[in-house]
Design a protein around this ligand. Structure first.
Ligand SMILES: [Zn+2]
Length: 592
């Protein structure tokens, strides 16, 4: 009802949602939080700007110099082209790595010299094809030699052309390698080189703090965020920078910790001052994380500047987004109709259709009508409220449509519990509309939720899908309760449809979204985990964004029905939907 939190938290104001009075309260934070005074533009991402200052630059530690140089300078040899007269009988495949090195050497032994041998990589498999050779004893052998770069090897002899294929399952498809022969040509060596973190740098560039991580090859970074801690896990790498810690005391970036490699994963931990915005660019072997000021708000034009009565604090003014009417409502305690007669609210912005000032429940209500649905942000401009308007995608970082299934004359499934008829539409609405609001409207929420229905009415399925397009949503989540003629099925299922081909710029699609929900939701709310299923449902199929339908539990099963009608469970479900969406946007950032 009052999706104003995003606006207020983004602007540096604290927001609380009072569910009993259905009002939101915005209070300004301590002044040190408002630090966007530099007026700098964002960094030139993708270019190669010169940093303003470098806080540190960690290079390769002496412990790793030799092996890093070796890995960096080897020439990828993918073929041995000698001919051999006698077939080579492969007697063994062994690991023959140099002592205390991360390079892995596999020795393939024979009694006769090896002939033409070729290496090819297909996805996760490195294939070594050896002409005129055969395995002793059996035509297929499997090996697990405990390597970190390959943990499973399959060798197969093809007698039709007397050749042997040795397939190495790679942990990282970008692994580099080298093929060589012993002097007597009876041992074929395959050397695999790990990826190395070779440099970590942090500093300030165009007024924004950044961290830059460089690898020997492309880095596949897994970013997780928890409050003011950002963890970067980089699998299949050796951290040649070693263990490091520095209190950077930059503006946003407070400290950086580089851990020694655990197993084959490098972990880099960034500590920030408060929850920070950032952008990631991953080009070649460089991973650049740039912290962005919340300055986009300050760059906004305020379509409206509304005088704040002298007796009123900005923090006392509440707002409500009536997006379904193309209206925004501001409420000011007290009767200030006369004030706005003296200081009429004036706007030359063509998107504003009308502004009315009324008085209701001891509040002055300013209703701003717009010609089309608008996202908005409010700001205390000192004596005035600044109202910035724009397309939702220009205003909000992440947008979802939350769809409470059924409604109005369409009750969905119905079952009786203790003599009372329970309708699916009401359960869907309670969880998906009423209970989700305080999470999506919370102070630190970065997700704007639009609701496909906001009361007990029947909304056409095509209209629900079209609504996601209209509001510029990134994702669409529908909530339903399941039912079956059989009373035994219970648990949570997630539906998507393969015919919805929508994929976000970051590669998120409906099926990935369905899997993320299936893997987290049942555990968070205590239902049985069932499965994801490709079903041709209109709300999923007609959507232009990744869309899923959650069947939370079975109304036809006694134990599930008890759960889904329980208010604690409903609360937990609303929170879980919010939490999972935060994870989704963290793994697949919109880039806005
Ligand atoms: Zn349903």
């Amino acid at each position: 009802m009052v999706p104003g939190s995003f606006v207020s938290s983004y602007l540096g104001y604290d927001y609380t949602w009072n569910s009993s009075t259905k009002t939101s309260v915005i209070t300004s934070r301590a002044p040190e939080d408002e630090d966007d005074q530099d007026g700098e533009d964002g960094p030139e991402l993708g270019g190669d700007p010169v940093p303003d200052s470098v806080a540190f630059n960690w290079g390769i530690s002496s412990d790793y110099t030799e092996e890093y140089n070796k890995a960096n300078s080897h020439n990828t040899a993918s073929e041995i082209s000698d001919d051999n007269d006698t077939s080579s009988n492969i007697t063994s495949i062994k690991m023959d790595s140099p002592f205390s090195s991360n390079i892995e050497v596999y020795a393939i032994n024979s009694y006769a010299p090896f002939g033409k041998s070729t290496v090819k990589i297909n996805d996760q498999t490195l294939n070594l094809h050896i002409n005129n050779s055969y395995l002793e004893e059996s035509d297929t052998k499997e090996y697990s030699l405990g390597g970190k770069l390959t943990d499973h090897i399959t060798a197969t002899t093809d007698h039709s052309d007397l050749s042997t294929d040795i397939d190495f399952d790679l942990m990282d498809p970008n692994t580099s390698y080298e093929l060589s022969l012993s002097d007597d040509k009876c041992t074929l060596y395959l050397t695999l080189y790990p990826n190395y973190i070779s440099n970590i740098e942090a500093g300030t560039q165009a007024g924004n703090d950044y961290v830059k991580i460089t690898g020997l090859r492309e880095l596949n970074v897994d970013l997780t965020e928890n409050g003011n801690i950002i963890s970067l896990e980089i699998p299949n790498t050796i951290n040649s920078v070693g263990e490091q810690y520095l209190n950077t005391a930059l503006n946003t970036l407070q400290s950086v910790t580089s851990t020694s490699t655990d197993g084959n994963t490098t972990k880099i931990i960034l500590e920030t001052s408060g929850s920070a915005n950032y952008e990631v660019t991953n080009t070649g072997n460089t991973y650049l994380l740039t912290f962005t000021e919340e300055s986009s708000n300050d760059n906004l034009d305020y379509a409206l500047q509304i005088k704040i009565p002298d007796e009123v604090f900005y923090s006392e003014i509440t707002n409500e987004d009536l997006y379904y009417n193309n209206q925004i409502v501001l409420r000011i305690p007290g009767d200030y109709r006369d004030l706005y007669n003296t200081y009429p609210i004036d706007s030359s912005n063509s998107v504003i259709s009308d502004i009315s000032v009324g008085y209701k429940n001891d509040m002055t209500e300013i209703v701003i009508g717009t010609t089309k649905l608008q996202g908005y942000k409010l700001k205390d401009l000192g004596g005035y409220i600044g109202v910035a308007l724009g397309n939702p995608r220009d205003i909000y970082k992440n947008i979802v449509v939350l769809d409470a299934g059924h409604g109005g004359t369409d009750p969905g499934a119905s079952r009786k519990l203790n003599g009372v008829t329970i309708n699916e539409k009401d359960l869907n609405f309670k969880i998906m509309y009423e209970l989700t609001q305080k999470y999506f409207n919370a102070e630190d929420s970065e997700i704007k939720a639009y609701y496909s229905r906001y009361n007990n009415t029947k909304v056409d399925l095509y209209e629900r899908a079209a609504f996601a397009k209209k509001v510029g949503a990134d994702l669409f989540i529908s909530l339903h309760m399941n039912a079956n003629i059989n009373t035994s099925p219970k648990g949570t299922e997630i539906y998507y449809t393969g015919s919805n081909k929508a994929t976000t710029d970051n590669g998120l699609n409906s099926k990935i979204l369905a899997n993320m929900f299936l893997n987290s939701l049942p555990g968070k709310i205590g239902t049985d985990k069932r499965y994801i299923s490709d079903k041709n449902l209109a709300v999923c199929r007609e959507n232009t964004v990744p869309a899923i339908l959650i069947e939370l539990g079975f109304m036809s099963n006694t134990s599930d029905l008890k759960k889904i009608t329980d208010s604690d469970f409903q609360e937990k479900s609303a929170e879980a939907i919010y939490d999972i969406l935060c994870d989704v946007f963290s793994s697949y950032p919109t880039g806005r």
